[in-house]
Write a new protein. Structure first.
Length: 107
């Protein structure tokens, strides 16, 4: 990635900070006061949106203007962190509701 030429670049710092944040909340994401109330049927997409928003805020605060390709790479790197998998697993519904008259689309 061109904007990430140095290990201490602003984009790398945003990724590192986001990964540290994810690791710090992975044990109980909903205990974090900033973590949104998750609709468990959409837990994965809501958690992904929240983490991407956190990352985007850090990138914006750094003053960087990455290209679409650079930002895609930064997002992919961040979302492939093991902490993200832990958060996704924690916000998923344990019970599926197939007998409801109008189940969520994913069921």
């Amino acid at each position: 990635m061109a904007a990430q030429a140095t290990a201490d670049g602003p984009l790398e710092q945003a990724v590192s900070e986001t990964k540290r944040y994810m690791a710090s909340i992975a044990g109980d994401p909903e205990a974090c006061p900033m973590f949104p109330v998750i609709n468990e049927c959409n837990g994965t997409s809501e958690a992904l949106c929240y983490i991407q928003g956190h990352l985007a805020g850090l990138v914006a605060a750094s003053g960087q203007r990455p290209t679409k390709a650079e930002m895609d790479e930064v997002v992919l790197d961040t979302l492939n962190d093991p902490s993200m998998r832990e958060i996704i697993l924690k916000v998923q519904a344990d019970v599926k509701f197939p007998d409801t008259p109008y189940p969520p689309r994913e069921y």
